[in-house]
Design a binder for this molecule. Structure first.
Ligand code: FAD
Ligand code: EPU
Length: 340
């Protein structure tokens, strides 16, 4: 059996920025047999990058190595108690497909994370989050293939060292593991979290009087559709930057100068600043630089307005970072994974 490796593969359909780049080699994982063959493939192509839905990557150039594209599918209940159900989901399932499966089955926990693009296998990498919930709140454990030793290992929630848009997979274990599946601990007795952002207001607008998992999911979907660009129409990778965290003294000094600054108080007594507000105050919301742009409804999202290259987006990102630093003394950190 020989592995089906494609050469000079066009990655435009596989990254939500829609960059027109190629990979020297491309290998799709659809079956258990493909995983078995991967070791041999990696011997031929030791330089590799794991790709899911391509919704949080920015390719600056053609990729001179192997793209491993995870498309493994399957959702299974592996255990349950009176209160909880443990669901194992293969890494190549679309995240939102998994959320809709949970909503349909009446299992609570991921409804606030509705409509986040990408795959289940990528969700632990940056500990995806939205509307007051993060992956760390619902993930039990995951199975990963260690690409250094070619052994399969189970990593617990604690073992992932999750933080805000962070985990071991972005630090000491970067590139080491191919996540094969993720097991979630979901609730049969929902406790709704509707206080964040505009969820309550949206539920009111929808005339919802009886809360349900589906109602919360629908409200989140409506809010997201109202401000985030659809990658099928306008290339983007969601928030380009993280919301920066500053200590109390820095926050108070900023607040003193900019009384409308948007910030969230953290349990550590630090503050998380809304990067979208900082960027908008610097006049970038809706600007265009060639084919690169800053989204007109959400300044934290950089967009491909035509045939932008990754480097055009990076140039705009750098301009934004420098201007925000000059005006506020705050350093923006990129959320998007730059590959090139
Ligand atoms: P990719 O972009 O393909 O890869 C991302 C990283 O994960 C890469 O480093 C890659 O190597 C690694 N990776 C992927 N699959 C695996 C695997 N199986 N094993 C090991 N490593 C792997 N994110 C949020 O947190 N919250 C949001 O609200 C949100 N909203 C978004 C809205 C839009 C419109 C868009 C375009 C993006 C948004 N994102 C959001 C970012 C993105 O959806 C997430 O980061 C998502 O988890 C990326 O999934 P992916 O499969 O596309 O990963
Ligand atoms: N704001 C502005 N101008 C803007 C955008 C935002 O002033 O152009 C201010 C507003 O005051 C707004 C506040 O910032 O109320 C927060 O904005 P929003 O609710 O849109 O959330 P965010 O902080 O910009 C974060 C995540 C999103 C996630 C939403 C909802 C990060 C980096 N981003 O955005 O995640 O969907 O909260 O929970 O934490 C992603 O990671 O790709 C992503 C889209």
């Amino acid at each position: 059996m020989t592995a089906n490796i494609q050469h000079h593969c066009n990655l435009k359909p596989f990254n939500t920025f829609g960059f027109d780049v190629k990979a020297d080699a491309y290998f799709e994982l659809n079956t258990q047999q493909d995983i078995t063959m991967l070791q041999g493939v990696l011997m031929q192509h030791p330089q590799y990058f794991i790709l899911g839905g391509g919704s949080n990557v920015l390719f600056t150039n053609d990729y001179h190595g192997l793209i491993i594209h995870n498309k493994l599918k399957g959702i299974t209940i592996v255990d349950q108690t009176d209160d909880n159900v443990f669901v194992k989901c293969a890494a190549g399932e679309q995240w939102h497909t998994f959320v809709l499966w949970c909503v349909q089955h009446g299992y609570a926990g991921v409804e606030n994370l509705s409509l986040i693009p990408g795959t289940v296998g990528a969700a632990p990498i940056q500990n995806i989050g939205a509307y007051g919930v993060e992956l760390k709140d619902v993930m039990h454990e995951l199975t990963a293939l260690d690409l250094h030793t070619f052994t399969t290992t189970v990593i617990t929630n604690a073992g992932c060292k999750f933080g805000y848009r962070n985990s071991i997979f972005k630090n000491e274990a970067k590139g080491q593991y191919l996540i094969l599946d993720v097991t979630f601990k979901l609730s049969k007795k929902p406790q709704f979290n509707t206080t964040y952002g505009a969820i309550d207001a949206e539920l009111k607008k929808m005339d919802i009087t009886q809360l349900s998992i589906k109602a919360v999911s629908d409200a989140v979907i409506n809010i997201r559709k109202s401000k985030l660009p659809d990658p099928a129409v306008t290339g983007n990778a969601g928030s380009f930057f993280k919301n920066p965290e500053v200590d109390e003294a820095t926050y108070l000094a900023l607040k003193n100068q900019h009384e409308n600054i948007v910030a969230y108080h953290l349990p550590t007594n630090n503050y998380k600043l809304a990067a979208g507000w900082l960027i908008e105050q610097c006049g970038f919301k809706g600007v265009q630089r060639g084919n690169a742009g800053c989204h007109k409804l959400q300044a934290l999202v950089l967009v491909n307005l035509g045939n932008a290259t990754g480097n055009e987006i990076i140039a705009l990102a750098t301009e934004i970072e420098n201007t925000v630093f000059e005006k506020f003394g705050v350093t923006l950190e990129r959320e998007v994974n730059v590959v090139g």
